[in-house]
Design a protein around this ligand. Structure first.
Ligand code: FE
Length: 182
């Protein structure tokens, strides 16, 4: 099975589950994140990263209420590990860093924390809270720092109930173009 089909199968199996305390499903959330990337003319690798940034949630099978149970599922690491089998760092690194980007923005942007949804505030605690000044400086030096922040902003805004978006098939050409040929 090619990688696009594998991904679409995961979405069809788990994508209808709610996106952790938000008013959209996992699939809606992924599609809304990817559409913003497209609308901002992000490179294809970053559009794919946006679509797949929460693939770790579809993999881990811990149920939608993990944060409520006080567990940090480390979905960004699980997602990155799975994606690394198929995609280059320009896809996997923004995915791996999208939680760190939230912690970074909580430190550097005074308005950011107040804009987070209640579910996102709850998971922030489990993810280690806002970065310290030192952690923020280290993060800024990362090669994919800019991409991680862009992805994070789209992620945070991708929670609009009922928004009309292109379906998963719309992203098949991008997935095929960006996937490694192993
Ligand atoms: Fe997300």
């Amino acid at each position: 099975m090619n990688v696009a089909d594998q991904i679409f199968e995961m979405f069809s199996r788990h994508g209808n589950e709610a996106y952790f305390g938000e008013p959209v499903s996992q699939t809606e959330h992924a599609l809304q994140t990817a559409l913003q990337a497209e609308q901002e003319n992000a490179p294809q690798t970053l559009v794919v990263a946006a679509l797949l940034h929460d693939v770790g949630h579809l993999l881990h099978g811990m149920g939608e209420d993990v944060a409520n149970r006080g567990v940090d599922a480390r979905h960004e690491a699980a997602g990155e590990a799975w994606l690394a089998r198929h995609f280059p760092p320009a896809v996997t690194e923004p995915v791996r860093l999208h939680v760190a980007a939230k912690r970074y923005l909580c430190h550097t942007d005074p308005d950011y924390f107040g804009q987070l949804s209640p579910a996102s505030v709850q998971s922030l605690e489990l993810q280690g809270g806002a970065f310290t000044e030192h952690e923020a400086r280290v993060f800024e030096a990362h090669r994919y720092f800019g991409e991680a922040l862009r992805l994070r902003r789209w992620d945070d805004a991708a929670k609009i109930p009922g928004l009309e978006v292109p379906d998963l098939e719309h992203y098949r050409p991008a997935l095929s173009a960006v996937a490694r040929t192993l």
